[in-house]
Design a protein around this ligand. Structure first.
Ligand code: ATP
Ligand code: MG
Length: 438
């Protein structure tokens, strides 16, 4: 029979990879906790209009990348391509904004119909942060610092923060007409993509990947030049705040971001350790979005981090590190020993230990080889003889993980003392075993 396959661009996360994802998620949760950021979870499916209105009809995401369909009730639905519009919708719908400013984060799958390649999938995952109801430039700095510190703590190398200001919507409208006037007379020097954007989304021409277009743009009027004094001061305050925190950045006047809702601060964090898809995290201020989606006028800033790209980076770092080992590996054989082993494994797990139970019923030698390969520091060996006397054999396989460079399993003081005593194997009563590991 023909084998069924996952859809193109939809990727399974296999057990060899999930520990890294879990570490990433745990670190992010911890950083959000420290910064007083609360989690929000919204549905994967929304009405199409939310994204059309929120992200903008002329963007790539809405124009070409959405998974949209009619449901059985003939509603136009879309699998969420990003998180911000949904978070803002939920905040408006549940009146969160009337309860004061909100520091929120979300995580989970997003869907975009793109050409799959390394670091680019059709179902991918983001973790994102949204500060709703914050206008002060310090909130831009705080939001960026959470992303920067999280990436740094994970050990991601080659990080660079690129920063730009898109100004207010007035600044942008003024700049748009300047830019369009300048480009119109050079229309024939533009690639066809950029020619089309001239009418729909001219600012996006600035981040065209075409080298000839980029060369042409070197002489174009700049957005920075079009900023009103207030916008310029605001941008200076954000830069001063980052400098005060020691977070290095580069100004990138071409950074415009793909979604329409950004204003003032826009930023991306890239890593030199990624190939073509170098952007790990992107975000910015979106002061107009809440109102555009029917809520009260609300200043806001946020970012989203692409987890697949982050995992690619962490995998490079982790390539020498092996899968997490259990604390104990339980070896047993015989009609009295096997039920006791099952019971003890459960008891030790309830006491917080990671326990791998060998269920093969194979010869002791074979099971002990597997115990060794598991990386566990201890093997618990139970034969019928031991079981009948209410005893077990505890065998030291290696130094506790805490003493192995790169090891990650916390060990109790008793383990360390025992290892220091140099005993390779000892016979314990069940009571002694419980005392040692519970
Ligand atoms: P790109 O220019 O790479 O397409 P984007 O501007 O479309 O990125 P955002 O909408 O800002 O991306 O999303 C934030 C982050 O989510 C990106 O920086 C990236 O790390 C990740 N991301 C976006 N699209 C995908 C995808 N199709 N597959 C995997 N990760 C993605
Ligand atoms: Mg994109």
């Amino acid at each position: 029979m023909e084998k069924l396959q996952s859809l193109r661009g939809m990727v399974d996360l296999l057990p060899a990879h999930t520990p890294l994802w879990q570490r990433l998620e745990a670190t992010a949760r911890e950083h959000f906790r420290r910064a007083g950021v609360a989690e929000i979870r919204t549905p994967l499916l929304e009405v199409t209009e939310l994204f059309a209105r929120g992200i903008g009809e002329a963007t790539d995401v809405v124009g070409k990348e959405m998974y949209s369909f009619l449901d059985k009730g003939e509603r136009r639905c879309t699998l969420r391509p990003e998180g911000t519009a949904s978070v803002v919708r939920a905040a408006i719908q549940h009146g969160l904004l009337s309860q004061g400013p909100q520091r929120l984060w979300y995580g989970g799958p997003m869907f975009r119909y793109e050409r799959p390649q390394a670091g680019r999938q059709r179902q991918f995952h983001q973790i994102g942060l949204e500060f709703l109801g914050f206008a002060d430039p310090r909130s831009d700095v705080e939001a960026i610092a959470v992303a920067w510190d999280l990436l740094a703590e994970l050990g991601v190398g080659g990080l660079a923060l690129e920063l730009n200001s898109l100004g207010s919507s007035d600044d942008r409208a003024r700049y748009r007409s300047e830019l369009v006037a300048w480009l119109e007379v050079r229309r024939d020097q533009l690639d066809s993509d950029s020619q089309a954007r001239l009418a729909t989304n001219p600012l996006r021409i600035l981040d065209s990947k075409n080298p000839e277009t980029q060369a042409l743009l070197a002489g174009a009027p700049t957005l920075a030049g079009a900023l009103a004094p207030g916008s310029r001061e605001r941008f200076a305050a954000v830069q001063a705040g980052l400098e005060a925190l020691g977070i290095p950045f580069q100004l990138n006047p071409r950074l415009v971001r793909g979604l329409d809702y950004y204003s003032h601060t826009a930023f991306e964090i890239t890593s030199s350790q990624l190939g073509a898809q170098a952007t790990v995290c992107g975000g910015g201020r979106y002061d107009g979005l809440v109102e555009q989606l029917g809520g009260p006028a609300t200043s806001a800033i946020g970012w989203a981090l692409g987890m697949e790209r982050l995992v690619l980076l962490l995998e490079q770092l982790d390539s020498q590190r092996s899968a997490p080992a259990p604390d104990l590996y339980v070896v047993s054989r015989g009609t009295a020993a096997e039920p006791l082993a099952l019971r003890l494994a459960r008891e030790l797990r309830l006491a917080g230990r990671a326990v791998e139970l060998d269920l093969s019923g194979a010869a002791f030698g074979k099971q002990l080889k597997r115990a060794d390969r598991s990386g566990a520091p201890w093997a618990l060996v139970i034969g019928d003889g031991e079981a009948e006397q209410g005893q077990v054999i505890l065998k030291r396989l290696r130094l506790p993980a805490g003493q192995i460079p790169g090891g990650s399993i916390p060990v109790g003081q008793a383990d360390v003392e025992h290892a220091a005593a140099g005993q390779a194997e000892e016979r314990l009563s069940l009571l002694e075993l419980r005392e040692r590991f519970a």
